[in-house]
Design a protein around this ligand. Sequence first.
Ligand code: AKG
Length: 405
Amino acid sequence: MSVLSNPYAPSPHDLISNVNNFQLIESTLREGEQFANAFFTTEKKIEIAKALDDFGVDYIELTSPVASEQSKKDCEAICKLGLKAKILTHIRCHMDDAKVAVETGVDGVDVVIGTSKFLRQYSHGKDMNYISKAAIEVIEFVKSKGLEIRFSSEDSFRSDIVDLLNIYKTVDKIGVNRIGIADTVGCANPRQVYELVRTLKSVVSCDIECHFHNDTGCAIANAYTALEGGARLIDVSVLGIGERNGITPLGALMARMIVSAPDYVKSKYKLHKLRDLETLVAESVEVNIPFNNPITGFCAFTHKAGIHAKAILANPSTYEILNPSDFGMKRYIHFANRLTGWNAIKTRVDQLNLSLSDAQCKEVTAKIKKLGDIRPLNIDDVDSIIKDFHAEVNTPVLKPVGIAR
Ligand code: AKG
């Protein structure tokens, strides 16, 4: 679809935008493992990694091999699967971690260290000078092994901007593949994200990756704005699982991106596999898919009010920005309620293979609404009312016949 035919696409004047050219770093098996309910067996990790690969994610990020003995073995096992996605592991900015990571068989290493005053004081206790030296040592070591390397500042949005610019310039100069910014506490808003990404774009030549926590509900908007500002890669997890209430959810980001970059998204990702992928992860961590989840929430494509139903039946674009069939889903008109309208009921009459005129449909709709005012309705209630009404109007009226004397 050309930009001209898609009013939701990035502006053609917006040359720095990567909305049409983004990559996903899928972190269900790293950030997602930090979700309160998560415990993935090796078999489950392999099943999830294969499903993510099949969906089409660009990178799969795994828990640090120094987190535990089994984490290391799992990392090695996933590297041996021969997936199309590149496999990354996520480590602290320390040579002890880097030495273990490069031996696991990963394609790349994601390095992180806290740069905000909170984390420098209360987490690792190191100053920016130390951070810079440690980053250089780790990056040069990982590069010497022929692996991709990303350097990220944890809690970027509460870090000093001068510190950030200095450290990113330093790591860019020595050839880091990507720098990452992380909204570790979910405090950033889209405007701040756009400004930080634009500023960084002007001082580094490498790609920019972004990681957004969702504490204040901005993770999807922040991811989108980061791409608009020129970031290239977004960290996601299935259903957004991660620390606290998690990060940018894969499915919701797909919903956002398909609106702006439909050709790119549809050609790259197997969107019809999203529901199975989310079900797999939801079951693994023992949660339900939220009712209002974009795309796969049980009512994501359900239309209820009479005026909506009428317009949807005439042209789905009236009340849908997403086409359910792009995701292997179906739309549903919820007609068993008092907000229903005669157009929705007429469709139900047709589905039941019955024949009623428009006027009769309006009449039976009035009966349905009357009962719907008294109690919740289900489909059987509505079907019974329609069938009874149909029988009634089709019963020949017997004229009283005179009795012969
Ligand atoms: C966070 O800061 O919330 C992380 O999980 C690390 C992000 C990163 O490595 O960029």
